[in-house]
Design a protein around this ligand. Structure first.
Ligand SMILES: Nc1nc2c(ncn2[C@@H]2O[C@H](COP(=O)(O)OP(=O)(O)OP(=O)(O)O)[C@@H](O)[C@H]2O)c(=O)[nH]1
Ligand SMILES: [Mg+2]
Length: 459
């Protein structure tokens, strides 16, 4: 059970990463923040913060002479909107835990995960999309995820949702007023306007969903599958790309069985590379399990590199695999181009022959730069990865968007078919609830706990 503490309590957390570090930071937030921190200091300070300037650092010492700097950030102009005091000192785990213990004996609680951000949300400083953005920012693994989290932090998603909420509230209010007047013979509602408002919200929600599907992978990295028949050099290529021998390489066909994963950051984009079993018909039970895994991985990949062997003629296995692989973003790559060229692509499906295959050698390293450049170009044109400035929405937000989209579709239908306005108003209220939930207007404690439990302590 995650411990979150009620109103009026003061909480603390070590805000610097665990372990030894040059600096350590403890954060205290709540009504008693100043008083308890002041009571810990060796040198007498005012028990009241009067006379101390907001956002200034004050020198002192704590726990028998450990020098500290105290930053004073009175609410409401602080992260949590409560009084916040930060204690900056040596990054010694022992010292930090001594201070933490001393604060706890004075009635300060250890913060739960994300409790500072939770308070910022509950005190109205940020909305839920921004709180979640703080989380994404902490977890961002590459520049593009970082940039998108920043966008949310600025409230970009919030703004886009609110724009439609206003319009829909208006329509809903009119529809409900019209219900009251329905026994009188006056036309109080302009159907064209109603339809236009709902359609515009429906369109934008649909767009958001569409954009988010395309960009979601960028959060953890572009899932890249290295596929090909046995022995074409998939494992060698993985090792070459990530610069270490992660996968076993051998001249025996059918070496790789498990999916071997490697990470690579290129031009600010994070890639999760997956080397897999070479695909062929096989009686070997283990190998065929490996082949099964390759095809499963293919279905969830954002990008597939289809590897061929320059030194061999095309085989039935190449053709079969080229036909079976899902046609998302897929690039033909010819490996072993350091050897005499025997490969002719004619018999392969047109998606391979229609474009120029990228020629590389995993052994000499030739063509690696071109390969990465082609990948980046392909990603840019497909909107996966760094080039996209589109919205990343998380799965919670996505669920709300999907439900809002459904309600709006129903509302559109009932507006168009001249059904009773009661239906329209119900569907609009549903849609508004869902949009409200995205920004955290309608939200339960349970949901809040789930969201904030993903945070680290101290944020
Ligand atoms: N000359 C040359 N040999 C290569 C190149 N890439 C791989 N090889 C050799 O080809 C053989 C197979 O390489 P692997 O990387 O194990 O091939 P794989 O596709 O992972 O094979 P499986 O795991 O069995 O599907 C090894 O003997 C490698 O040394 C290359 O670019 N040039
Ligand atoms: Mg292999």
């Amino acid at each position: 059970m995650i411990g979150y503490h009620g109103e009026g309590t003061t909480i603390l957390a070590v805000a610097s990463p665990p372990g030894r570090a040059p600096r350590g930071v403890l954060r205290v937030s709540g009504p008693d923040a100043w008083e308890v921190v002041a009571s810990l200091l060796d040198n007498p300070v005012q028990p009241s913060p009067r006379g101390y300037v907001s956002r200034n650092m004050y020198l002192g010492s704590i726990q028998n002479e450990a020098p500290v700097q105290i930053a004073w950030m009175p609410g409401p102009r602080s992260y949590t909107r409560e009084d916040v005091v930060e204690i900056h000192t040596y990054g010694s785990p022992v010292l930090l835990s001594l201070i933490s213990d001393a604060l706890q004996t004075r009635g300060v609680y250890l913060a739960g995960p994300g409790e500072f951000t939770r308070r910022a949300f509950l005190n109205g400083r940020i909305d839920l999309t921004q709180a979640e953005a703080v989380l994404s920012l902490i977890h961002a693994q590459d520049e593009s995820a970082h940039r998108q989290a920043h966008e949310h932090l600025r409230g970009a998603l919030h703004e886009r949702i609110l724009k439609h909420k206003e319009g829909l509230i208006h329509v809903c209010a009119f529809a409900e007023a019209a219900i009251d007047f329905s026994d009188q013979d006056i036309e109080v509602i302009d159907h064209d306007w109603v339809t236009a408002e709902i359609r515009s919200a429906h369109e934008d929600v649909t767009n958001l969903l569409h954009e988010s599907r395309e960009t979601a992978p960028a959060k953890e990295g572009v899932r890249t599958l290295i596929a090909g028949r046995p022995n074409v050099g998939k494992s060698s290529l993985l090792n070459r790309l990530i610069g270490r021998d992660a996968a076993i390489v051998s001249s025996i066909a059918g070496t790789t069985r498990d999916v071997v994963e490697g990470h690579l950051v290129h031009k600010g984009v994070q890639f999760i590379l997956r080397d897999t079993a070479g695909v062929r018909q096989t009686q070997d039970e283990l190998e065929s399990e490996g082949v099964q895994r390759t095809m499963d991985t293919a279905r969830s990949a954002d990008l597939i590199l289809f590897i061929m062997d320059a030194s061999q003629p095309v085989t039935g296995e190449d053709i079969q695999l080229a036909t079976d692989l899902p046609r998302g973003l897929i690039l033909p790559v010819i490996n072993k181009c350091d050897l005499a060229q025997k490969l002719r692509l004619d018999s392969l499906p047109s998606w391979v022959t229609n474009r120029e295959a990228i020629k590389v050698s995993a052994v000499t390293g030739e063509g690696m730069e071109t390969l990465m450049a082609e990948i980046v170009t392909a990603l840019e044109s497909s909107k996966i990865g760094a080039a996209s400035s589109a919205f990343i929405v998380n799965s919670r937000q996505r669920g709300c968007l999907m439900r809002a989209q459904e309600s709006l579709s129903r509302a559109l239908e009932s507006a168009g078919s001249g059904q009773s306005l009661e239906f329209l108003s119900l569907d609009l209220r549903d849609a508004l609830d869902q949009l409200g939930e995205i920004v955290g207007e309608v939200i339960t404690d349970d949901l809040l706990n789930v969201i904030f439990s993903e945070f680290c302590i101290g944020k």
